[in-house]
Design a protein around this ligand. Sequence first.
Ligand code: GLU
Length: 446
Amino acid sequence: MIDEKLEAIYAEIVRLNPGEVEFHQATRDVLESLGLVVAKHPEFARHRMIPRICEPERQIIFRVTWQDDHGGVHINRGYRVEFNSALGPYKGGLRFHPSVNLSIVKFLGFEQIFKNALTGLPIGGAKGGSNFDPKGRSDDEIMRFCQSFMTELYRHVGEYTDVPAGDIGVGRREIGYMFGQYKRITNRYESGVLTGKGVDWGGALVREEATGYGTVFFLAEMLKTRGETLDGKDCLVSGSGNVALNAIEKLTQMGARVVACSDSDGVVHDPDGIDVALLRQVKEVERLRVSEYAQRRPGTGYIRGGQIWSIPCDVALPCATQNELSGKDAATLVANGCIAVAEGANMPTTGEGVRVFLDAGIAFGPGKAANAGGVATSALEMQQNASRDSWTFDYTESRLARIMADIHETCRQTAEEFGAPGNYVVGANIAGFRRVARAMIDLGLI
Ligand code: GLU
């Protein structure tokens, strides 16, 4: 519920951003936590911090034209929403997916502000992308699209201005093509302009693993407060992209068994525990669907068009995309005995689903806290680029683990301070908001 004093602010957000349902959902989630904050900090209302933070500093929309392998001309729409730069240069990923529109980029950019604030590192919030669909495109087509996309984006980004990275549909390959084009246009080897680079050309070790690993570290911290560990736990991980793969790998390393994963076509049920090496081969090397994994691995079931959340588990990690876990799914998980949920994706649980988890009192780690390890390691990549240094895998992973433990502690303490012990949604929203709001006040009316 939104505090009645904030209802008018939310109504104005809806009025100003008509039809942007994902953006409404993301702002509503944060506003629901802020009633107690404005009561405690009257200066936030005086400075009109909530409506200010909900309005992006800058929104860029542009045309991207490119040619396919047969000479056909295609037109896509490119976006970069630079939401908030109070804490540092704009920072956040680029998503290439046919569903991308302004509402989705704005919800992601809005969440990114608070996520980045929670890391404690000097990064503002942004998001971007395109409605380009990479599925089935050749490597050459991907390269031409990325070059065309960067031919417009380059004028808006820079190591001190705005530092994009990957998200759904954008990984090391796409970052490489965009970095190459940026270098070509500007004649600058400006490593810090993009993160998620290949390790041979300025990338940081652990960046690729960081979102998935970080989500599992956060989950382990939540379980620890309840006297539990991951050892022997049965887990569901939705998705099979970068975040899911690395979450599965870390869960397995920490003694859990991942019994299912998925893609948009179906669900793999592997009661013996997913074979990470085989899944990597199918998804990352051969770029095939998870049905192929099921075919190659004996004893595995494949449910075409199936639902992952009805498989019984102890722990669930939604790592695919927004609104993939409904209120009904949440109720099924709770009824099946699930004790913890950590969001590897951004806003994968609907508002109703979040309420079901919180009412049931299970440990629920919202994305802006649980999946902050990716962007945190991007900030570590920026540090290494700035000092022309590169750190070892073990050292970087230990920094990531420390950051996730600190985010967990910040959320835990803040939730307690505001009378909602164990509620990481309240803790993450308030702690993230407070850091940004205070910085904006310090910087004056900008
Ligand atoms: N797209 C990722 C996220 O949702 C990473 C962003 C980054 O590394 O800048 O946080």
